[in-house]
Design a protein around this ligand. Structure first.
Ligand SMILES: C[S@@+](CC[C@H](N)C(=O)[O-])C[C@H]1O[C@@H](n2cnc3c(N)ncnc32)[C@H](O)[C@@H]1O
Length: 307
């Protein structure tokens, strides 16, 4: 649970700056707004049709302990995790414009193989869960859960148009000591749309043709190295990945949403691409990191043009 004093301090600083503003609004500069809040509640404050695209990465199931009541990712059953995210993303769909898109990054996981506990790590703010969830019904020890696809199909059934699965290939992935399967070096990014027809700027994200000079339509495998970020103990988006989603999904000047803002990569990239952005983050320490990053970063740091 966030330290009450921390929330109090961030919110009261914000209230002093702008006494009539929403108390959850802790940063508002150059079109980037950060709300310190639970996205399950905060999304309802935004009018329908506010955002043109949403780029996000939710907490993974049974992986990180964000130390927050009823936290997403701590559900005992994988079905409940999927239901919780479907409900939250339904509210995201409401806030999207009719031509809006939703880019969802999600990784897969293996069943625990009978291990139920992890070693606790008291030092890390985003530390690992101290338990491993039971093997989901119908699966066996060592099974790959297929979580991204369970979620993708549930979102499709809930009304989203599932337009593409994108393989985020990580050339610098962590080595694994496994000897009975290949080392995993990818996650998924799903592209959903709110309507059958939607905004997608294919020219903005073309890639170099392999044969001859020239450009071709962006392919569905994106090779992008992961990038660490000091102080963040969870997976941070590489700016390049977010850049592609925003260039394709958000026209100049439109507004981008990330309801699981973390250290604010989506805000950082939005700033350099001259899009507006709303980020929602429930942990004060991560929201602070996001503010510092957005205020102090240089374009070079996220490999983006500052034009
Ligand atoms: C995987 S991290 C996102 C990292 C982010 N993409 C970045 O580049 O830093 C998920 C984030 O969601 C936040 N979070 C989890 N549940 C939340 C909720 N209900 N409302 C708002 N934020 C939440 C966590 O605190 C964490 O910072």
């Amino acid at each position: 649970m966030p330290e009450a004093a921390e929330v109090e301090s961030l919110s009261s600083q914000a209230a002093k700056r702008s006494p009539h503003a929403d108390p959850d609004l802790i940063f508002s500069k150059a079109g980037i707004q950060i709300f310190l809040a639970d996205a399950r509640k905060k999304l309802s404050c935004f009018e329908s049709g506010t955002f043109q695209t949403c780029v996000t990465s939710p907490p993974y199931w049974g992986l990180r302990d964000y130390d927050y009541p009823d936290q997403i990712g701590a559900e005992e059953e994988v079905e409940n995790y999927v239901e919780d995210l479907v409900a939250l993303f339904r509210n995201v769909r409401r806030t999207l414009r009719d031509d809006g898109t939703f880019w969802l990054n999600i990784g897969d996981a293996y069943t625990s193989g009978g291990r139920t506990w992890r070693a606790p790590d008291k030092k890390n703010a985003g530390r690992a869960m101290n338990y491993r969830p039971d093997t989901p019904k119908g699966l066996k020890p060592k099974d790959l859960i297929g979580l991204p696809w369970k979620l993708a199909f549930a979102l499709q059934a809930d009304g989203w148009f599932l337009r593409s699965d994108i393989i985020w290939h990580k050339p610098n992935c962590q080595p694994e000591s496994v000897k009975d399967r290949p080392t995993r070096c990818h996650e998924y990014v799903f592209l959903f749309s709110k309507s059958e027809r939607y905004f997608y700027d294919s020219e903005n994200v073309q890639e170099d043709a392999i044969i001859g000079a020239g450009r071709k339509n962006r392919r569905s495998v994106w090779s992008i190295n992961t990038e660490g970020f000091k102080g963040a103990h969870f997976a941070v988006f590489p700016p390049k990945l977010v850049e592609l989603c925003i260039l394709a999904g958000a026209s100049a000047g439109s507004c981008v949403l990330d309801p699981f803002f973390g250290t604010g990569t989506v805000g950082l990239v939005s700033k350099y691409l001259r899009r507006r952005c709303v980020g929602i983050e429930m942990k004060p320490e991560f929201a602070e990191m996001a503010i510092e990053r957005i205020e102090t970063s240089r374009a070079k740091e996220c490999c983006l043009p500052l034009s």
